[in-house]
Design a protein around this ligand. Structure first.
Ligand code: HEM
Ligand SMILES: *[C@@H]1O[C@H](CO)[C@@H](O)[C@H](O)[C@H]1NC(C)=O
Ligand SMILES: *[C@@H]1O[C@H](CO)[C@@H](O)[C@H](O)[C@H]1NC(C)=O
Ligand SMILES: CC(=O)N[C@H]1CO[C@H](CO)[C@@H](O)[C@@H]1O
Length: 327
């Protein structure tokens, strides 16, 4: 009897070991995929240097890259489809209109093509660059997985259908993230980590200031101090102005837990931002992240998980030589 269970146990262990090598659905992504692939030059360092120089000229590259990675990964997976130019590519979708940072990715790509042509994918450049930006903005340094390949299809219609709108109910957002392999905790971490930097244009929340759900009144969940401030920035007649997504003063350019503190004071700018503080599916996580130091450690894990969504690896897709077009 004992012998049988030991036998079973060993077979089970070997099976688990085998699964750990070959069984992961993201098995072909790994940390340090480019080690030794660009001679003595470290591809991750090349990206680091370029993003660092850009950051010291303009801190808003952090928000640009975070939003770019989110939008890339949520439409056809993290395959750099967001970078493709074209009259009806993802870039042209309404929700994508304010994604920025394309030139920074181009700069990384040109340099890497000089050093090791046809080797480093545009999809990996987005992920490596975003990791650097997060760190420069005060977030923890973390290892990224690489080995993604670039997609060949980009569709504006698909982007419009895959990206969430600012008033999405929490339960719908949780389902959407779950469909990408991200749980409710990941959702709260990613929304807060993204929206702790960057800006929101008035048109995305004007209804909350003047005519919430056609009541002719503001959103009753909004802090009245914040309401007065946001109204001063965003007249009811409309404007192209924008405000910081994180209304904690002094925290606007930092990847930190400031966003959770702001929404606990009802200073959320987007309706979804305030909703995660109110909905039972997410409120406990928001509270924990605002009260503890967990965000600093857990945000990076959530970013790594985001980077696994729908990836192409191995012989799938291609390594674009120019991130704006397929080969
Ligand atoms: C339900 C999920 C989400 C919704 C509905 C949403 C919606 C929005 C909207 C409407 C804006 C304003 C865009 C503008 O004014 O130009 C925005 C900005 C932004 N979002 Fe999200 N977002 C979501 C999740 C995320 C995630 C997961 C990330 C990153 C991990 C992220 C990162 C950003 C960043 C960095 C900005 C500022 C961009 C900039 O300053 O250029 N968002 N988001
Ligand atoms: C979400 O996933 C992370 C790991 O990826 C795990 O640590 C966490 O417990 C999960 N949370 C829930 C609510 O399932
Ligand atoms: C509104 O914000 C102020 C700080 O600006 C804060 O003191 C107050 O507690 C907030 N009110 C609510 C209801 O969260
Ligand atoms: C920069 C960019 O491509 N903007 C486009 C975003 O989407 C709207 C509506 O689909 C277009 O009119 C913009 O040209």
């Amino acid at each position: 009897m004992a012998k049988t269970s030991i036998g079973f146990y060993s077979v089970f262990c070997i099976f688990m070991l085998f699964m750990s090598f070959f069984g992961q659905s993201y098995g072909q992504l790994k940390t340090g995929f480019y080690a030794g692939k660009c001679g003595t030059i470290n591809a991750e360092q090349v990206v680091y240097d370029i993003v660092r120089a850009a950051f010291f000229k303009d801190k808003t590259v952090v928000a640009a890259l975070l939003r770019m990675q989110f939008h890339d990964c949520f439409v056809r997976g993290c395959d750099a489809s967001i970078l493709l130019d074209g009259s009806s590519s993802e870039k042209k979708a309404g929700a994508n209109a304010s994604v920025r940072g394309y030139e920074l990715i181009d700069a990384c790509k040109s340099k890497l093509e000089e050093i090791c042509p046809g080797t480093v994918s545009c999809a990996d450049i987005i992920v490596m660059a975003t990791r650097v930006a997060i760190n420069l903005a005060g977030g923890k340094w973390f290892s990224v997985e690489t080995g993604r390949r670039d997609g060949t299809i980009s569709s504006a219609t698909e982007a419009s259908n895959s990206l969430p709108g600012p008033s999405i109910p929490v339960s719908d957002a949780v389902s959407l993230f779950a469909s990408k392999g991200l749980n409710a905790t990941d959702f709260v971490l990613l929304l807060g980590g993204g929206h702790t930097v960057g800006v929101i244009h008035c048109n995305f929340f004007l209804d909350r200031l003047y005519n919430f759900q056609n009541t002719g009144k503001p959103d009753p969940t909004m802090n009245t101090t914040t309401l007065t401030f946001l109204r001063s920035k965003c007249p009811s007649t409309g404007s192209t102005n924008f405000v910081f997504a994180d209304q904690t003063v002094g925290s606007e350019f930092k990847v930190d837990k400031g966003f959770y503190n702001a929404i606990k004071l009802h200073k959320g700018v987007l309706q979804i931002d305030q909703r995660i503080e109110q909905d039972t599916l997410t409120a406990t996580t928001v509270n924990r992240l605002s009260l503890t130091g967990d965000f600093a450690f857990q945000f990076s894990d959530a970013m790594v998980k985001l980077g696994r969504v729908g990836v192409l690896t191995g012989s799938q897709g291609q390594i674009r030589t120019n991130c704006r077009r397929i080969n």
